[in-house]
Design a binder for this molecule. Sequence first.
Ligand code: TXA
Ligand code: MG
Length: 315
Amino acid sequence: MPILTATPAAIGDAAQHLAAGRLVAFPTETVYGLGGDAGSDSAVAAIFAAKGRPTFNPLIVHAPGALALEEAVVFDGRARRLAELFWPGPLTLVLPRHPRSRVSLLTSAGLDSIAVRVPSHPVALALLRAAGVLVAAPSANRSGRVSPTSAAHVAEGLADRVAMILDGGTCPVGVESTVLDLTGDRPTLLRPGGTTLESLEEAIGAIDIAGPIAPDTPRSPGQLSSHYAPALPVRLNASRPEEGEAFMGFGPVDGATLNLSPTGDLSEAAANLFAMMRRLDDSRYRAIAVAPIPNHGLGRAINDRLRRAAAPRPS
Ligand code: TXA
Ligand code: MG
């Protein structure tokens, strides 16, 4: 499994792999994605197999622009407005499946909706343009584990399961896209992420927040409780570490093993979150204690990921 710096030639090779139905890991502004042709049942099946992901958990379809999605999903006025304002960028819209959609039903887990997004990372955009197919791409980690924000993270989890890893450096946003469901009358936030709830509400008005759901009937199965889980237990809202704990700080705290952002900057904290979680997930410690993070802006996505990392593990 070669890790290749994302030169134009390497992007061209990766696009050929995708067009031929093979899997490629590539950088986006949020996290690395594990991409395959969204129209190919066998490519999408290979994604689920590589991740060890349950096939009832649908994938996001990536395109180089809204135009490429016109015959995949149905845009209403709200969707057009949000696409105009926030794409390319870390926003995923769940929209009704277009009657002529060629997206594999496996991609959307048989639902009558499809999640779509236009990433802003230049490597992702170049790859999507060159591939000429819509690309289904979950985060490039084994199911339930911490999402990858570097090519090395991808290699740790998926080493022999992809044709190529395109290395585009560290992901600048660091948490996954915000998932917004527009299939009903009221827009509903299914997953907080790299686009803030505040900025979305400014654009389209009030947004409902999806409540907790039964784990076997997930509305957005990224809502499954334990997720983003390091091997060590995680303790939230800690003001200081206890004996044997690593301490992930935020703002001007004492005794941090690593600090998400010493100045208390939420963008910096989001960009550092998954890499620092991996670095502290070390058998020298017995647990990871995490300082409190304010719950606004990107803090909402950070707290969501931290709560899942701290959730009881399936036995
Ligand atoms: O930032 C991101 O979104 C990254 C990069 C690679 O683009 N991708 C990502 O994919 O995070 P994944 O598969 O890890 O998360 C996709 C989320 C899941 O929570 C899934 O349940 C939800 O989107 N989802 C996908 N299709 C859906 C649908 N039709 N209805 C409701 N939720 C959906
Ligand atoms: Mg994921």
